[in-house]
Design a protein around this ligand. Structure first.
Ligand SMILES: CC(C)=CCC/C(C)=C/CC/C(C)=C/COP(=O)(O)OP(=O)(O)O
Length: 270
């Protein structure tokens, strides 16, 4: 009964919010899981499990509100530098939760979400990589919304990968033209363009994020979506990731709407 009332009230609030601008893409840096474990004297890894439940709530709020793209920073390339036990425990959690995401009653299937894994997936252990590939294949026909899970990811690695791919592509193109005698030394044709690099980004399938939310009061981007965040808002609520809830979500959306309305007014005045 309590849940029904809460769900009803949330839907009413979302209905009112939908009169204003709704972000198309929200990205999360889920900071503070280990600190939560320490603060509450829990067993090692427990904070990440609570963090996963918090993530499920955030996904539910986003998709109910009509946000089409959600991206999460689940494991950075730098996280491989943690102790082998911690890396293993995070990978075990990842494997377990990917299986959970694929269950019939999961949020992914309830909301028709397509799952992408973005990052240098070759760095993952085989079981995790195969599970990630399975999840992408199993959800490939879902079209209502997108969840992008950044694993073995850093922005600098993404940019390097995109530049390398673009160079290789251009090199192949020029070699082919050269061999058929059609090569012209025209720098407008031969130089790599922004669009060449963008199409090789791990995140090429998604528009740039409108909002990045990083918990624990941290305001750094920590090598996350650097290329894509030129015009996005950064919010850093002081709560640890496992503590994030509806209140913080609502606050972020209201602020986003306030700024968008102000910018629209300003644009009209010009
Ligand atoms: C399949 C799927 C979607 C899984 C995601 C599971 C999940 C919640 C992963 C969080 C990973 C992570 C390294 C968070 C940062 O907290 P931290 O460990 O750096 O904690 P700290 O900031 O307190 O040091």
């Amino acid at each position: 009964m309590y849940d029904t009332i809460v769900n009803f009230l949330r839907k009413c609030i979302f209905y009112v919010l939908s009169v204003g601008p709704i972000p198309n893409h929200i990205a999360f840096i889920m900071d503070g899981n280990r600190r939560y474990t320490k603060r509450w004297n829990l067993m090692q890894g427990a904070g990440h499990k609570v963090g996963y439940s918090a993530l499920m709530s955030m996904l539910k709020y986003c998709y109910e509100l009509g946000v089409r793209y959600v991206t999460i920073y689940a494991f950075s390339i730098d996280n491989f530098k943690r102790t082998p036990e911690e890396v293993q425990s995070l990978m075990d959690l990842m494997l377990d939760k990917i299986e959970e995401l694929l269950k019939e009653e999961s949020i992914v299937n309830r909301y028709g979400i397509r799952v992408y894994f973005s990052g240098n997936l070759k760095l993952l252990s085989e079981p995790v990589r195969l599970a990630a590939e399975r999840a992408m294949l199993a959800t490939a026909k879902n079209s209502k919304a997108v969840l992008s899970i950044c694993v073995a990811y850093t922005s600098t690695n993404e940019i390097l990968h995109a530049v390398q791919e673009s160079c290789e592509e251009k090199w192949d193109e020029i070699t082919l033209l050269n061999s058929s005698g059609g090569y012209e030394p025209d720098e407008n044709v031969n130089l790599i363009k922004l669009t060449d690099i963008e199409k090789h980004m791990y995140m090429a399938f998604a528009p740039d994020p409108d909002i990045i939310i990083r918990t624990s009061g941290e305001t750094r981007l920590s090598n996350f979506l650097l290329w894509q965040s030129a015009n996005c808002y950064l919010y850093s609520p002081s709560v640890l990731w496992p503590e994030i809830g509806f209140r913080q979500f609502l606050w972020v959306i209201l602020n986003f709407q306030r700024i968008q309305v102000y910018l629209d007014k300003k644009r009209k005045q010009v």
